[in-house]
Design a protein around this ligand. Structure first.
Ligand code: MRU
Length: 372
């Protein structure tokens, strides 16, 4: 993604392995954007787990890739242990338990763990095991970016010249290592010269739309309006939105979608108004073990995220948080919801736009062949 750092234009990913031998991972700190472009340096698998937990990095594909680098760090940390596999398994579990909804984290780290275990039991040397873990982590990151590029190609065809597109949360490069999922078709269409404007939901409480999506679009020069979450229905009703594109944190075999809280409401209103509602996600976001959205665990985060708003104080020139309710208010803060498949026009993936359970099954078998 294009960023400006100290006046210089750079093309970077949301996360990368900075030092292979020492297992140092560097990532954009998403808590302080757009006011500051800062980086978090992770020196251990525990640092990496904490970075996911505290949302220094977020977004399903980025969380998955962060987990993959965390497993690589865990291998470096435990390769000389007598009980290598047991120690590694404990560290992998710690990473997997940081955030429950985005399935990429589980899919990616479990695959890495099983591959490493197989090699270890097959008598590979320590050096070879480290090499395998490194290759897997880098391959997972590269494949994710390649999937996004393809999502961009397929999704761009759905965007007509002059379109207004509504999006929710941040499903851009920050959330998907590079390019993005929901933002991929938008970036591609814009690069191809199509005129478009993006309506960006602010996305309370964490403000992924206001802080991150707006920042990414600004960096690329793509036209957008930032709107309050509550304004989305009004613009759909007025006929000012041509299509909706959002990302996903987990998609079931039956095509139900878990995504940022508020997505369900958008899908229902889009349907009511005859507006196509697309979900853009790589196959790493699918969970073949479950059929119905009701089986997806929904993360609940701290009440502080609702009670306080974080923002930049122009006068003091610092990031501050202020209370927006009573300190003693009882709060519920689910951060994802479920959109039933009946509201989804299509799922834009690296294997094309999927419109039925059969499409999902076919895409998944192609994905398995590609990833074995
Ligand atoms: O809580 P977050 O910010 O990790 O939630 C992110 C989302 O809900 C995104 O829409 C989803 O992960 C898709 S990201 C390409």
């Amino acid at each position: 993604m294009r960023v400006i750092l100290d006046g210089k234009e750079l093309d970077i990913r949301a996360i990368w392995l900075e030092d292979r031998d020492r297992g140092i991972v560097k990532m954009i700190d998403q808590r302080v954007l757009p006011w500051k472009l800062d980086f978090f340096v992770s020196r251990s698998s525990e640092d990496t787990a904490m970075a996911i937990e505290r949302m220094i990095v977020r977004g399903a594909p980025t969380i998955g890739v962060t987990g993959a680098y965390g497993v690589y760090q865990a291998v470096l940390e435990s390769i000389n242990e007598r009980e290598f596999i047991e120690v590694l398994e404990g560290k992998v579990k710690r990473i997997q338990q940081t955030r429950p909804t985005a399935v990429n984290l589980f899919n990616v780290t479990e695959k890495m763990f099983l591959e490493i275990k197989k090699r270890y039991e097959g008598g590979y040397s320590s050096r070879e095991i480290i090499e395998v873990a490194y290759d897997l982590a880098e391959r997972i990151a590269d494949k994710e970016v390649e999937a996004n590029r393809k999502i961009g190609e397929y999704g761009e065809k759905l965007i007509r010249d002059g379109s207004s597109i509504l999006t929710h949360c941040n499903a851009g490069a920050l959330a998907a290592v590079d390019i993005g999922t929901a933002l991929a078709p938008i970036r591609t269409a814009y690069k191809k010269g199509k005129k478009l404007v993006v309506y960006v939901d602010e996305t309370r409480p964490w403000l992924q739309g206001a802080r991150l999506t707006a920042w990414e679009l600004e960096m690329e020069g793509i036209p957008y309006y930032l709107i309050s979450d509550n304004a989305a229905g009004y613009y759909m009703w007025r006929g000012e939105i041509d299509l909706v594109i959002v990302g996903a944190d987990r998609i079931t075999r039956g095509g139900d979608i878990a995504n940022k809280i508020g997505t369900y409401k958008l899908a229902v209103v889009a349907n009511e108004n005859g507006i196509p509602f697309y979900v853009a996600a790589p196959l790493s976001t699918f969970d073949m073990r479950i059929q119905a959205g009701s089986e997806i665990p929904i993360e609940e985060r701290s009440s502080d995220e609702i009670l306080y708003v974080r923002g930049y104080d122009d006068d003091l020139m610092e990031v501050r948080r202020v209370l927006v309710s009573l300190k003693e208010a009882k709060v519920r803060n689910p951060v994802f919801d479920i959109t039933p498949s009946k509201y989804v026009t299509g799922i834009i993936t690296e294997f094309g736009v999927l419109k039925s359970e059969r499409d999902i099954e076919e895409a998944l078998s192609r994905y398995r062949i590609d990833h074995d």
